[in-house]
Design a protein around this ligand. Structure first.
Ligand SMILES: CC(C)(COP(=O)(O)OP(=O)(O)OC[C@H]1O[C@@H](n2cnc3c(N)ncnc32)[C@H](O)[C@@H]1OP(=O)(O)O)[C@@H](O)C(=O)NCCC(=O)NCCS
Length: 157
């Protein structure tokens, strides 16, 4: 079972050890770069499994202001979701994506839908999000550095 927690300073030493393999860096970058995006509106989260930190993501409460396709103010964004390389392939991403709506309904109760973008060259992640109940909007986002991305959305109500 995975547990999702808001990241605090007590997590920092473990968070900075999280990383993906070289060919996945185009999709999320390094943890140092990701942490530079975190602030009061873009909140870092950690994923635990079997009492170990295994993954990370950002919840962006400013997403509707920075992404035209999510312009409804009750939209939130999932960004920089990853499982650290040594913990991949164990089902943790799927468990985390399935656990996310319950977590968000409590921790971010004012938001009724969550958006994400996933690179068109990242079919494993796209399939993961589909299994987690996200829908492909069949629109592409061209704002990323690594090419076009599918825009996906999931209702939280
Ligand atoms: C995508 C990612 C989060 C998946 O994490 P994970 O913990 O390894 O995934 P899981 O073990 O939960 O597997 C989820 C599904 O993906 C499949 N999968 C995972 N890695 C795979 C691989 N390398 N090749 C083929 N299928 C794979 C699993 O078989 C599983 O499918 P199933 O539900 O049909 O059994 C992880 O590879 C990652 O962090 N990638 C780099 C960052 C990234 O791309 N993030 C997405 C940004 S939008």
């Amino acid at each position: 079972m995975v547990i999702i927690e808001k990241m605090t300073t007590k997590h920092l030493a473990d968070v900075i050890t999280l990383s993906v393999v070289e060919e996945q860096k185009q999709f999320v970058g390094t943890i140092d770069d990701i942490l530079k995006n975190a602030n009061a509106q873009i909140r870092p989260h950690v994923i635990f499994a079997e009492e170990q930190m295994v993954g990370f993501f950002l919840i962006d409460t400013n997403y509707s202001k920075t992404h035209d396709f999510a312009s409804q103010s009750h939209s939130i964004g999932l960004r920089s979701f990853f499982i650290s390389k040594e913990h991949q392939g164990k089902g943790y991403a799927k468990q985390a994506i399935l656990a996310l709506p319950t977590y968000l309904r409590e921790a971010y109760a004012n938001y009724s839908q969550i958006y994400l973008t996933v690179n068109c060259q990242n079919p494993i992640a796209k399939a993961l999000y589909l299994k987690g109940g996200f829908e492909d909007t069949n629109s592409l986002y061209h704002g990323g550095a690594a090419g076009p991305q599918h825009i996906m959305v999931k209702a939280l109500v």
